[in-house]
Design a protein around this ligand. Structure first.
Ligand SMILES: NC(=O)c1ccc[n+]([C@@H]2O[C@H](COP(=O)([O-])OP(=O)(O)OC[C@H]3O[C@@H](n4cnc5c(N)ncnc54)[C@H](O)[C@@H]3O)[C@@H](O)[C@H]2O)c1
Ligand SMILES: [Zn+2]
Length: 355
């Protein structure tokens, strides 16, 4: 294969724009990129978050609307609007909109350039960046999709004033994850965050800049998740198991809450297996106990949790594999953990959370 072509095709290099003047950034992009038509995709809540949007395709909000039917309707509206390969698609919304809108754009006429404008914290630090797009199918999350990066991502905190507090906390868990993969000073600074205080937009934008860069750098080195990108799974092998357990046996929890408990559990496993400093386990444990309300799971749930972990998409051959840390910033992918080690870590987690 021609290496120049393959590099161009697979590169996830994205132009990341950090600003709270979103209108100006949109106008600058439109002036810079030659195009015949710009259309917007937003959900029923996010369509109100920016100026009157021309050529707007509105979709329903939430995970249930992240469906084949919605993709089909978006394509139909693109067809009616006269979208061509020379057009621009702007996705304005949380991860649901950027995943689905990105997929619809990336596949329409074999690919229309798209630009993400994330409106949730999770979207800004995770979903809108890195090129994974898709929708849910046959009851399975993100079952159909493709790697296709937005050419540009406009990252702003100005939308967060209307975000429910649970959504802020949920996205913040991914911000902590990125700091754990990169920078202890940033990690400690984040653990001082007070969710009850009004948003300091300048400071939060700076936190986002650092956080998104961690993901962007890793994705750039391993766009298709053959190796290093698995580092971004930190907290998620255990976190996904909590998410599924909560959904089946308790009340559903926001993704980032489950990730927060996953981060503490995997920090404990990191301590057991790689000597990750206990001081950092404790600091993280306190922050999570104070901010991420747990559900009252107990040792009767351990078998199901272990079963869920060994069936995690990213585990192999029924073994439980996680990304672990020797210290903050020193990550090790594909670490196998035993059921005894996980059981011990879950006991310690329950102590931390006061469950
Ligand atoms: N592609 C990736 O790498 C990646 C990574 C993580 C998550 N995801 C996907 O992201 C999705 C979750 O994203 P999400 O947490 O952003 O949820 P979401 O997009 O479903 O938004 C949650 C709710 O908040 C509303 N909303 C959005 N912005 C708002 C704002 N500023 N003010 C008020 N309400 C607002 C939405 O209308 C919706 O009702 C999942 O589908 C997940 O699979 C993708
Ligand atoms: Zn996540």
């Amino acid at each position: 294969m021609n290496s120049e072509c393959s590099e161009r095709f697979y590169s996830m290099k994205q132009n990341l724009i950090f600003t709270n003047d979103v209108e100006a950034a949109v106008e600058q992009l439109k002036a810079r990129i030659d195009h015949n038509l710009a259309v917007w995709i937003a959900d029923v809540n996010t369509e109100r978050l920016l100026f009157a949007l021309p050529n707007l395709i509105t979709i329903n909000d939430g995970e249930r609307a992240k469906s084949w039917e919605t993709v089909r309707n978006v394509w139909l509206e693109m067809e009616h609007a006269g979208v061509t390969r020379h057009s621009l698609v702007f996705n304005l919304g949380g991860g649901m909109v950027t995943d689905l809108g990105g997929f619809a754009a990336a596949t329409f006429k074999r690919g229309v350039r798209f630009i993400n404008v994330p409106t949730t914290l999770l979207g800004a630090v995770d979903a809108a960046v890195g090129g994974k797009t898709g929708f849910n199918f046959c009851g399975l999350k993100n079952e159909i999709g493709t790697f296709a990066p937005a050419s540009d991502v406009i990252i702003s905190t100005r939308f967060f004033d209307t975000l429910p507090p649970e959504e802020m906390k949920s996205g913040f868990a991914e911000v902590i994850k990125h700091a754990m993969l990169s920078d202890r000073g940033e990690f400690l600074r984040l653990l001082d965050h007070d969710f009850a205080a009004p948003i300091d937009h300048d400071d939060l934008l700076e936190r986002l800049r650092r956080s998104v860069q961690v993901k962007a750098d890793i994705v750039d080195r391993d766009p298709n998740e053959q190796g290093e990108r698995k580092a971004l799974n930190l907290g998620h092998t255990i976190g996904h198991a909590f998410e599924s357990l909560a959904m089946s046996g308790y009340e559903a929890v926001p993704h980032g809450y489950a990730v927060a408990w996953g981060l503490v559990t995997e920090a404990i496993l990191s301590h057991i297996k790689l000597g990750f400093p206990s001081e950092d386990v404790h600091r993280l444990g306190h922050f999570v106990r104070d901010n991420y309300r747990g559900f009252p799971f107990d040792c009767g749930d351990y078998d199901e949790l272990l079963d869920l972990m060994s069936h995690d998409k990213k585990s192999r051959d029924g073994e439980i594999t996680c990304t672990l840390l020797a210290t903050i910033g020193d990550y090790r992918i594909d670490q196998t953990v035993t059921t005894d080690e996980v059981t011990t870590a879950l006991d310690i987690l329950r102590d931390h959370l006061g469950l």
